[in-house]
Design a protein around this ligand. Structure first.
Ligand SMILES: C[S@@+](CC[C@H](N)C(=O)[O-])C[C@H]1O[C@@H](n2cnc3c(N)ncnc32)[C@H](O)[C@@H]1O
Length: 181
């Protein structure tokens, strides 16, 4: 899928201008107190840029050139990488890896397990976290995701219905927090 970064960002700018909260993901990530965060499937950098504003050292990775053009224009000082999360190897790990905005639903069908392995490989051992939110009505299930996380060495720590930590009771969206032991 090809994205238009400026159009994508404009949607969030409109929500913010109307008083909506577009930083729930960053807020949940910040609650873990990370010094370093990988925004995996960063798009236009909505989450990474907000984290950087709060002093977190962030790196963004996305495969889409238009999304990254917008991210670079908005925050030229952040480290943005145009790479596939499938097979990703940045040669380092992060306190938190976040996938906001349905990232596993946009990777080519059949690459979900490899995508999860690619991002899980960047979670710091001894307590680093992978935090991901995605819709559950498009064929990729929580069972699939937990299996892929488990195969990549991650253990489920918490699951919410929203990025504000509302309890998950079986709805069509979930935010999952997995830890690396
Ligand atoms: C709906 S956007 C979310 C963007 C951003 N995380 C946000 O929440 O605003 C999904 C993003 O995931 C990226 N993506 C999906 N599969 C990917 C993959 N295999 N490698 C890198 N990026 C991927 C897409 O290019 C797209 O920018």
């Amino acid at each position: 899928m090809m994205w238009n970064g400026d159009d994508y960002q404009a949607r969030f700018d409109r929500i913010a201008a109307d008083g909506g909260d577009v930083h729930g993901e960053a807020e949940l990530v910040r609650s873990f107190g990370p010094a370093t965060v990988l925004d995996a499937g960063c798009g236009t950098g909505r989450v990474a840029i907000e984290l950087a504003r709060h002093g977190v050292a962030v790196t963004g990775v996305d495969i889409d050139a238009s999304m990254l053009d917008t991210a670079r224009r908005l925050a030229p000082d952040i480290s943005w990488h145009r790479q596939d999360l499938v097979g990703l190897d940045l040669g380092r790990s992060f306190d938190v890896v976040v996938m906001a905005g349905n990232v596993p639903l946009f990777t080519p069908p059949g690459t979900e397990a490899a995508l999860v392995a690619g991002v899980a490989g960047h979670v710091r051992p001894d307590g680093g976290r992978l935090v991901a939110g995605f819709s559950l009505d498009r064929g990729y299930t929580l069972d699939d995701y937990d299996t892929h996380c488990g195969a990549a060495g991650l253990v489920l720590e918490a699951r919410y219905a929203t990025w504000s930590r509302d309890p998950y009771t079986g709805g069509e969206y979930a935010v999952s927090v997995h830890r690396k032991p």
